[in-house]
Design a protein. Sequence first.
Length: 91
Amino acid sequence: MEVIYSKEALRNIKKIPQHIRIKILYWIDFLNEIGLPAARAYKGFNDEALLGSRQGQRSVRLSKSYRLFYRELPCEHTIIIEILEVNKHDY
């Protein structure tokens, strides 16, 4: 599995708290350890498919306030995850 970051995600990550950055790295390690399908089924990250203008993307809750948006890119030999954005979600 390969994880890549969009330019937007890299800008976002510079602005977020350190504990959220650590949670992103934990999520990536978790993906590599158990695989994408099992990680999606894990309830702790609330991985969910998005609708509307974000159709084809998924979100993961890193904390009560922060969400990570990603998409799976098509590839024959490996799974490529592109982290699109990390932001503070307003409820």
